[in-house]
Design a protein. Structure first.
Length: 244
């Protein structure tokens, strides 16, 4: 399975059980030059993904049978699919539902009804973040003690063992490692990692960043303790004394 690298060949998988919405999304994205495949169920989505990795998935949370939540949970738990960008759709508009989407590993989140133009812009923004991260890497390798991040291959090794990180967790760790020892506010992290402006509510800012830091710490094990909380401000990654 190989993911296309050229923008003209970028393939988007739309997982939506409402035919009218799926057709609208496909029409708008096709106009923008994307190749679009639509499926109506989570089971069909997984089948399509494992046949050919898409550049991005637009995933409805409320699907019959295998839900969108279950689909993204499976994707994020598999090293072969964990780095696929996912934009989640839902009819639920509460802040808690949006936060839940991010907790599941979504790279972006859009509520129904939505503007087709906004959807296209969100898709392009997510893809641009992925492409910019790869283009800016220049083959660089970041190191912090036993932690090694290869930006070109999008791999993170801890004491030689590869970690399975979501795209957002990868960007969060990259931001912390690139600014080793420097404190970053939640707003700064939100702009650098999620490309969100600070205009979104303080509550969502706090919950979104804190939840991802918590998940990242868990995956890093003892090294996760190196991500320090700067109370009332944000986070920084500090290597303990005596560790090179």
């Amino acid at each position: 399975m190989q993911q296309s690298n050229t923008s003209a060949a970028q393939r988007i998988l739309v997982v939506e059980d409402e035919p009218d919405i799926a057709a609208l999304i496909a029409y708008q994205l096709t106009r923008e030059g994307f190749r679009v495949e639509t499926v109506e169920s989570g089971t069909d989505a997984l089948g399509s993904i494992y046949r050919s990795i898409p550049n991005l998935i637009i995933l409805d949370r409320m699907l019959p049978g295998l839900s969108g939540d279950e689909v993204i949970t499976r994707l994020r738990g598999d090293s072969e699919t964990s780095s696929i960008p996912v934009l989640m759709l839902t009819a639920k508009r509460e802040q808690e539902d949006r936060i839940e989407g991010f907790e599941l590993g979504a790279d972006d989140y859009l509520t129904k009804p939505f503007s087709p133009r906004e959807l296209v812009l969100r898709v392009k923004a997510v893809l641009r973040r992925v492409q910019d991260a790869g283009a800016a890497s220049g083959g660089r390798v970041l190191r912090a003690g036993p932690l090694r991040m290869d930006l070109a291959s999008h791999r993170v090794l801890l004491e030689g063992r590869e970690l399975i990180l979501t795209p957002t967790e990868f960007r969060l760790l990259q931001s912390l490692m690139e600014r080793l020892g420097r404190t970053q506010s939640r707003t700064q992290l939100l702009e650098r990692v999620w490309s969100y402006e600070s205009a979104i509510s303080d509550r969502i800012q706090t919950r979104t960043v804190d939840m991802h830091v918590r998940r990242l710490r868990s995956k890093l094990g003892r090294v996760g303790e190196w991500i320090e909380t700067v109370r009332g401000f944000g986070y920084r990654l500090m290597i303990p004394e005596g560790i090179e």
